[in-house]
Write a protein that binds this ligand. Structure first.
Ligand code: TXA
Ligand code: MG
Length: 322
């Protein structure tokens, strides 16, 4: 790959400079432990509008606001239930987004016109350094969806961000390179607007962890709501057709846990030894299938609880195609 005008390594100076650029209305893609985000000042309507342009994302899809610590929570929301505080204390910084009733600071261009806002404190040294530097110069929060074009696979490296959106960026925008994301799938999204928490998108913070932290039983989603949250983000799809839980034919890509053998003639794209590694490798494996021009990728999804639930969720969506 040719060196990019956008990708920057991250000295302290570079972080302060990126924060200043954000404050001035530019976009900064940055690493988090889940996936890379495409950031803009969450109080700047013009900057946030550029996120939608660069992603090609429909305007009514709300954005997650990233904050430096849970102390910032009541800037952005009101009526915070006690269980949400337990969750924030136990799992922030971390791969968890809380949906809470918004404060006036969370304007329609962030919430897609809803009366709720999504908040997250990411657990990545660089993301936290950027958020702290941004807060020091008066920034309230960084709005950041995953840094992919709408409907595509989320990027877990700076190179993947560049491939996804590089051509849509402007000269003052930048991509901070913080290495490969540790978790590899997007944060657990928890609706905290009811008497008990509800999972809208599964992730590394699991149902069991949430129930243990809050002492509450999760509210199940109704059929209607499942349809709605399906539109949270349509797909997580590569260009290749993803076929779930059937063996690969010759010439097709293949992803499965290490103890499952590669079918004859298939092209192995990842050999994760456990579910954590599966999540970490999944998106780059799908991308690598695309870059090799493979048209079908057969994936054997991991079984069980925990992160396996999130992996199956993303694979199911990917298998529904673009
Ligand atoms: O791990 C993550 O959450 C990554 C990193 C960058 O933080 N971000 C991420 O953002 O996955 P995005 O925009 O690609 O996915 C966030 C999802 C969207 O489907 C959006 O509809 C939903 O969260 N969301 C955001 N705010 C919401 C709200 N107020 N109510 C319901 N859903 C919300
Ligand atoms: Mg996304």
């Amino acid at each position: 790959m040719t060196p990019s005008q956008f990708v920057s390594t991250c000295t302290a100076d570079a972080i302060d400079q990126a924060a200043a650029q954000l404050r001035a209305g530019s976009l900064v893609a940055f690493p988090t432990e889940t996936v890379y985000g495409l950031g803009a000042d969450a109080t700047n309507a013009t900057a946030v509008a550029r996120i939608y342009e660069v992603k090609g994302r429909p305007q009514d899809h709300p954005l997650i606001v990233h904050i430096a610590s849970m102390n910032e929570i009541d800037k952005w929301c009101s009526d915070i239930p006690a269980y949400a505080i337990f969750l924030a204390r136990d799992f922030w910084p971390g791969p968890m987004t809380l949906i809470l009733k918004r404060s006036p600071l969370a304007q329609d261009f962030i919430t897609g016109g809803q009366d709720t806002v999504g908040l997250r404190v990411p657990n990545h040294t660089l993301a936290l350094a950027l958020l702290n530097s941004f807060a020091k110069i008066g920034g309230a929060g960084i709005a950041a969806p995953s840094a992919n074009r709408f409907g595509h696979v989320s990027p877990t490296t700076a190179q993947a961000v560049e491939e996804e959106i590089g051509t849509y960026l402007q000269s003052q925008d930048q991509i901070m390179d913080g290495g490969a994301s540790e978790v590899g799938v997007e944060s657990t999204i928890i609706d905290c607007t009811h008497v008990a928490p509800r999972i809208l998108r599964p992730g590394a913070i699991t149902a069991q962890m949430i129930e243990e932290s809050t002492g509450l039983t999760l509210v199940e989603k109704s059929e209607d709501e499942i349809r709605v949250s399906g539109s949270l983000e349509n797909h997580y799809s590569p260009l290749a057709k993803v076929i779930l839980d059937s063996p690969a034919k010759s010439g097709e890509g293949f992803i499965a846990l290490a103890d499952i053998q590669t079918p004859e003639g298939a092209i192995r794209l990842a050999t994760p030894r456990d579910v954590d590694e599966y999540a970490r490798l999944l998106y780059s494996a799908l991308r690598s299938g695309d870059s090799q021009g493979i048209s079908v990728i057969a994936v054997i999804a991991p079984l069980g609880d925990g992160l396996a639930v999130a992996i199956r969720d993303r694979l199911l969506r990917a298998s529904r195609g673009r």
